[in-house]
Design a protein. Structure first.
Lengths: 69, 516
């Protein structure tokens, strides 16, 4: 099943930057939030959240510097 | 029933159905938090707009596409009705605790929640939420049920992007008059040629940034429930909080500074975000509004820091900078989070008059058009300044000279300058007219000597700019009924940038268009 097949939210989620990394970050976001809500604050959950934020910032900069117009 | 009423009815019905969807989705919150007693109230709150919306869309299924006039009426009445229906959870949950339920056990009523048994307070909270204002009728958000804490954050989050944008993204299909409605909700920017694709991309960006904001706040120390709510309301530049003293409750330098980029993200136009995500970082300085977001926030922060430091409101330069940067960015992005409160430092209402007016200036100008921020908007302020300079310089050129005005990379001819300047001038003028009216009304109805003129201007600018900072006037008891009604109007016109509301009121008054 593709993300665009989801009812109601499929179309909006299929739009965006048309980039697999950003799409993955969008899909991982709620999973990490739920994980943190269930497991609480720990070294593991902190590391996951920091990795998520670093990936986002790093990838924006990477695209801007190396792939930008 | 004539054609116009059918068109308006059909599109209002769609908006009500989208609102019902938000309420049904929110049923997950009482389920997760075990607030089962809140579920019947939430369910009924969703059924009311759903049934009405379904009936209207079915009845007017074949109606014509909306014209510009219809679009404005739909936007204005749609937002007003959404605020009315959105108040039902506050009202019903408050009354659930007031009278109890036959089978499910309910907790005891609190003074904070009891305020929402008054329908006016409930509508005020809802209008404040949807318009992204953040002024509140609660005196302690911490004691609210999680369901209502969520509902307040959720409506600000949706309202930040727009109710019509939401409806268009989910329910509309290409060629269904979406552009007319989209433009009536104070938006004009396009990311893609198709308006449906544009709004879907806006939601995509907004969702991604929401998760980034939530996780950033959590990493710097905010509990996850606070991070979810403040991440949503911070990015939407709404400003509702789940704590009694807004962000000051955490009294954390890291949280204060982490919220700055979140609020700034919310005040930058979505097309610029899209281009930046595409790798075009140059837009951070080549786009006129984005460039000015940074210049204006930096200049305002420095001016405010100097004012509160020189007047010895704060002892150290760092403390002055910490509170000034947060309060200016919070005001100018129209978020309305507060860190300047008496419990941890010095309340905004007790800052020197010149400092309060600097913050009020930030609220009036606002953020970038095409973002979630309110106020007059940066592009209009820049158009007014450049237009005035253009007009004055005109005298020094020969009459036959062909002149162009350059704004944001566009070279406007005389006719285009007139058109853009006129639009900015009309909205700017009306903004100040209603600011003056609101100030006058408040000065008349508030107890004499209790609040200063700068307090009153600050509060009205905050309501009309959809900011939510308070000098202490807004509250269930402190703000008289007429003041609440006035603020409802200020928030409504502020969100829709005045014109659609005035067009609707004129239509209602002389029945123009609807019954001809």
């Amino acid at each position: 099943m593709k993300i665009g097949d989801l009812p109601y939210v499929g179309d909006p989620l299929e739009e965006g930057a048309e980039d697999r990394v950003f799409d993955s970050l969008l899909l991982l976001g709620p999973v990490i939030v739920v994980l943190i809500a269930v497991l609480g604050r720990s070294a593991l959950t902190t590391a996951i959240a920091v990795a998520y934020l670093s990936s986002f910032v790093g990838y924006v900069l990477y695209r801007g510097v190396f792939e930008g117009a | 029933m004539n054609e116009a009423a059918a068109t308006i009815g059909r599109d209002l019905g769609r908006i009500f159905q989208a609102l019902a969807g938000l309420l049904f989705v929110s049923l997950l919150v009482p389920l997760v938090w075990g607030e089962y007693w809140a579920m019947p109230a939430l369910l009924v709150s969703g059924l009311v707009p759903f049934v009405i919306g379904y009936a209207m869309t079915t009845r007017f299924q074949g109606a014509a596409q909306p014209s510009k006039l219809h679009g404005m009426i739909i936007a204005a009445t749609g937002w007003f009705c959404v605020a009315l229906f959105g108040s039902l959870p506050f009202l019903f949950i408050a009354w659930t605790l007031e009278v109890g339920l036959p089978i499910i056990e309910t907790p005891s009523q609190t003074a904070t929640l009891a305020a929402f048994t008054d329908p006016l307070n409930a509508v005020f909270e809802s209008m404040s939420g949807f318009t992204g204002t953040g002024l509140t009728m609660t005196d302690n958000e911490e004691v609210l049920p999680r369901t209502l804490q969520w509902w307040r954050s959720f409506i600000e989050w949706v309202g930040g992007v727009g109710v019509i944008v939401l409806t268009t993204a989910i329910l509309a299909r290409p060629g269904s008059g979406s552009l007319t409605l989209y433009e009536s909700e104070a938006r004009s920017e396009r990311i893609h040629p198709s308006i449906v694709s544009t709004v879907q991309t806006i939601w995509w960006i907004f969702l991604l940034f929401t998760f980034v904001s939530i996780l950033l706040l959590w990493v710097v120390g905010m509990p996850i429930w606070g991070a979810i709510n403040h991440g949503m309301t911070g990015l939407a530049t709404g400003g509702f909080s789940i704590t009694d003293n807004s962000i000051a409750t955490y009294d954390s330098v890291a949280i204060d500074f982490a919220l700055l980029p979140i609020m700034l993200l919310g005040s930058i136009a979505f097309p610029v975000h899209y281009l930046i995500l595409q790798g075009d970082l140059r837009n951070l300085y080549t786009d006129l509004q984005t460039r000015w977001v940074f210049i204006y926030m930096s200049a305002g922060t420095l001016a405010l820091t100097a004012l509160v430091y020189v007047t010895e409101t704060y002892d150290t330069l760092f403390t002055a900078f910490r509170y000034s940067s947060f309060q200016f960015v919070s005001a100018a992005t129209c978020a309305g989070f507060q860190t300047a409160v008496d419990t941890t430092n010095v309340a905004l209402g007790r800052w020197p008059a010149q400092a309060q007016l600097t913050v009020a200036f930030g609220m009036i100008v606002g953020g970038a058009a095409g973002s979630t921020a309110g106020g007059i908007k940066l592009i209009r302020s820049i158009t007014l300044l450049k237009g005035i300079r253009f007009r004055i310089a005109d005298v020094f050129y020969p009459e036959t000279a062909v002149r162009r005005l350059k704004i944001n990379g566009r070279r406007l001819d005389e006719r285009e300058v007139r058109q853009e300047f006129e639009e900015a001038a009309i909205i700017g003028f009306l903004w100040f007219v209603f600011l003056a009216v609101g100030t006058f009304v408040l000065l008349v109805i508030l107890p004499q000597g209790e609040y200063s003129l700068e307090n009153v201007i600050f509060e009205v600018a905050s309501a009309q700019g959809n900011v939510g900072l308070s000098a202490g006037i807004t509250g269930p008891e402190s703000l008289p009924t007429l003041g609440k009604v006035m603020f409802l109007f200020n928030m409504w016109i502020g969100r829709l940038e005045i014109i659609p509301v005035l067009v609707t009121l004129r239509t209602v008054l002389d029945r123009g268009g609807l019954y001809q």
